[in-house]
Every structure is written in structure tokens, then in C-alpha cells.
Ligand binder design. Structure first.
Ligand SMILES: C[S@@+](CC[C@H](N)C(=O)[O-])C[C@H]1O[C@@H](n2cnc3c(N)ncnc32)[C@H](O)[C@@H]1O
Length: 262
């Protein structure tokens, strides 16, 4: 049984905090990389799994024009509400269908032979039967359609992990269930359905400029441990007495596959 436990898996506020931190302190743009791995054109249909507040869905909807359509799926009511509000503000309501579903029950909400692209950023590992999910997604793609999903590598954020585990006085634990999926199980499972896959990598150094910013990020991240809260604040403040920033690197793995054209 895979341990999918995580404090903030479906927490909308924590997700927004992390997205804001990536944009304020990041060096490279993850969203541009994700969109560049899709095959987006005017009028295409896209399925976004674990869409959250719509970071990818909104950008995709803007790119595919009025005749395109994005089906955005998530389990969090709050995140879906944020996505709908943002879509309305930007005049994208007709292009985005924000749908509540567990990744384990998408059969009932998606269509077969319908999508030109399927994308999932930091979410696909939350499904409990990936092989079944990949097979459903294969059927959902049109021939020639692209699936691209991404998530953390084992070495992701090793700097903040090392800092965190040093406070707990234990050796750093780099692997998470998500990184195990992205590096080991996921590629094998996609290969068994799609035959050919490509693995791509992306790095985004985050340079926090204050102990408050570092704390805010850590306390919105699954690594967060309430028992370490005050010592984290103390040591973060200490770090900034002799450094002007704290750097951790988001190391991302992307897996891309194409459904063969008939
Ligand atoms: C890390 S967020 C990623 C959101 C968005 N794709 C992004 O990159 O900004 C993971 C998302 O997966 C959703 N999620 C977690 N478990 C899920 C499940 N079992 N079914 C559907 N969505 C789920 C969460 O609610 C959350 O919005």
C-alpha cells in the first residue's frame, strides 16, 4: 500500500502559498516548461488532472482560443471555486469546465477518444491504481494525443529537506511517495500502456530572501512538522544573520508519451 499521506495534499491555501513562493523566489518558470511539453493549438481539447487553483488550466485556456476546451478535475471544492472565479474574471468560463472528482473515479467524468492533450502537474500520484488510470487516459486521448505529467524527483528540494531533518536530529530522508512514483513506478506503468515514453527534467532554484519567506514556504509544504515549528523559526533567523538568502532547488521530473496515430 502506497502511503499517500500528506498534510497539504488537497489544501487550497497551502497550494496558493507555494505557487506564490515559486513566482516570487523562483528563477525559472515551471508553467512555461509544462505547456511546452504539450502539443497545444487553437481549438484543441485538454484534460487537466489535479488542476488545483488552475495554474495550468488558465494558461492553457488562454492559449487554445475560444474554440478550445479544458476539462479541469480536482477533489478540492475550494481550489475549484478559485479556478472558476479566475476563469470568470478573465472571460474564460466557456473554455474551462471545472469538475469535482477523485482521480480514482474519472471514468464517469471524462470522454473516450476525445482529448488532444492530458496534463497533470504534481497530482497524478494521488490516484490509487495508476495502471488502471493510465489505461483510462490512453482511451481518453485521441490518436496522436499527448500525455504529460510531472512531479518531484528524489533530490527535489534536498536543501530544505536537509535543513528540516537537521532540526529533527535525523538523517535526511530524500525520497517521498511522490518521487518514488515519478522515478520508479510511474515510468514503468506508463510504458506498459503507452510503450514509448520520454523523461524530461527541469530545475528551478528558489532563493528565499528572508526567514519569514522561508518559514511560510516550509509551513505550506508536506514536510512541515508542528513540533519543529519554533526551532525552524529560530534556525531560519540564525541562517539569515550570516546569509542574504536561502536556496533550495525544485527538481522536477516530467514524463511524456504519445498515443500512436492509427
Ligand atoms: C500540488 S497540487 C497541484 C495543482 C496544480 N496542478 C498545480 O500545479 O498548481 C495537487 C492537486 O491534486 C489534488 N488532489 C489530491 N488528491 C486528489 C485526488 N485523489 N483526486 C483529485 N484531485 C486530487 C489536490 O486537491 C491539489 O489541487
Amino acid at each position: 500500500m502506497i502511503d499517500r499521506g500528506g498534510k497539504f495534499n488537497t489544501d487550497s491555501k497551502a497550494l496558493v502559498n507555494r505557487i506564490d513562493a515559486h513566482s516570487a523566489f523562483g528563477t525559472n518558470d515551471l508553467n512555461s516548461w509544462i505547456l511546452g511539453n504539450l502539443n497545444l493549438s487553437t481549438g484543441c481539447r485538454v484534460l487537466d488532472l489535479g488542476c488545483g487553483t488552475g495554474k495550468q488550466s488558465i494558461a492553457i485556456a488562454e492559449k487554445i482560443g475560444e474554440s478550445g476546451a479544458v476539462t479541469s478535475i480536482d477533489l478540492s471544492d475550494e481550489s475549484l471555486k478559485t479556478l472558476r472565479t479566475e476563469a470568470e474574471k478573465l472571460g474564460l468560463t466557456d473554455r474551462i469546465s471545472a469538475t469535482k472528482s477523485d482521480l480514482d473515479n474519472i471514468d464517469g467524468v471524462i470522454e473516450e477518444n476525445h482529448y488532444d492533450n492530458i496534463v497533470s502537474s504534481y497530482a497524478l500520484y494521488y490516484c490509487s491504481d495508476p495502471e488502471k488510470t493510465f489505461s483510462t487516459l490512453y482511451d481518453a486521448l485521441k490518436p496522436g494525443g499527448v500525455i504529460f505529467f510531472c512531479g518531484p524527483s528524489r533530490e527535489n528540494n534536498s536543501e530544505i529537506k536537509s535543513f528540516h531533518y537537521s532540526l529533527a536530529g535525523v538523517s535526511p530522508q530524500m525520497e517521498t511517495f511522490a518521487s518514488r512514483f515519478m522515478e520508479d513506478d510511474g515510468p514503468e506503468q506508463v510504458k506498459s500502456v503507452f510503450q514509448n515514453i520520454e523523461i524530461r527534467e527541469f530545475r528551478n532554484p528558489l532563493k528565499f530572501d528572508s526567514s519569514d519567506a522561508l518559514y511560510k514556504y516550509w509551513s505550506s509544504y508536506n514536510l512541515y512538522d508542528e513540533e519543529l515549528d519554533s526551532i525552524f523559526k529560530e534556525r531560519a533567523a540564525l541562517h539569515f544573520q550570516s546569509h542574504d538568502h536561502f536556496e533550495t532547488v525544485k527538481r522536477v521530473i516530467g514524463i511524456r508519451a504519445i498515443k500512436p496515430s492509427q
